[in-house]
Design a protein around this ligand. Structure first.
Ligand code: 3PG
Length: 213
């Protein structure tokens, strides 16, 4: 996956069964976290723009680990999209969708997984040409039953359900024809950076390989 070739959202979704949703508070933790996930077979990494250090973390991973594909999560504005691309992100994930964010990602060369939770939001994203979407918050907003209901009218749309996913419930989602992968924070427990137990992240990442379709 050449760093100069723009990715498609489908490529982002198809790389592994799970996209890890990563929160990093310290730039010193960025490369060890990414290495731990890579060792567990996951290279598509979503670093959320939720902490002051997030952009520096994206930059460090992009610079030091060319075998990883780093993206920005929690992209909520045009400025977020531009800053993420400048830091070296290759894809973006947003909790919701606006046309401005969609256009900013296109302009910046970022593949985007826009977040949706209703039929109208899906229609709006499709209108702007986005047909690979994040269903957020998946479990809270209707889970598997909601995805089954959407499969009729939105037969050409693919989803990455995120929010409330675990190794235990992921198979139910991945069994659906309109689900390509899931997203989740369960494989990057919040206390790992402080404890230094990077092996735990690798083990959790390796466990997700059983979810491969
Ligand atoms: C998020 O954006 O916080 C993700 O949806 C992660 O949700 P989770 O912590 O329930 O996996």
């Amino acid at each position: 996956m050449n760093a100069t070739t723009p990715l498609t959202a489908l490529q982002v979704m198809q790389d592994a069964p799970v996209i890890p949703v990563i929160v990093l508070n310290d730039v010193a933790h960025a490369v060890p976290m990414a290495r731990a996930l890579l060792a567990g077979g996951i290279r598509m990494l979503e670093v959320t723009l939720r902490t002051p250090q997030a952009l520096a973390c994206i930059e460090a991973i992009a610079r030091e680990l060319p075998e990883a594909v780093v993206g920005a999560g929690t992209v909520r504005s045009v400025a977020d999209a531009q800053a993420a691309a400048k830091a070296g992100a290759r894809f973006a994930v947003s909790p919701g969708y606006t046309s401005a964010v969609g256009q900013a990602c296109r302009d910046a060369g970022l593949a985007l997984l826009p977040g949706v939770a209703t039929a109208s939001e899906i229609m709006r994203a499709c209108e702007d040409g986005f047909t690979e979407l994040k269903f957020f918050p998946a479990v809270q907003a209707g889970g598997v039953a909601m995805l089954k209901a959407w499969a009729g009218p939105f037969f050409d749309v693919k989803f990455c359900p995120t929010g409330g996913l675990t190794l235990q419930n992921a198979p139910d989602f991945l069994a659906l024809g309109n689900v390509v992968c899931v997203g989740g924070s369960w494989l990057v427990p919040a206390n790992v950076p402080e404890s230094g137990d990077w092996g735990r992240v690798t083990r959790l990442a390796m466990e997700t390989q059983v979810l491969r379709k």
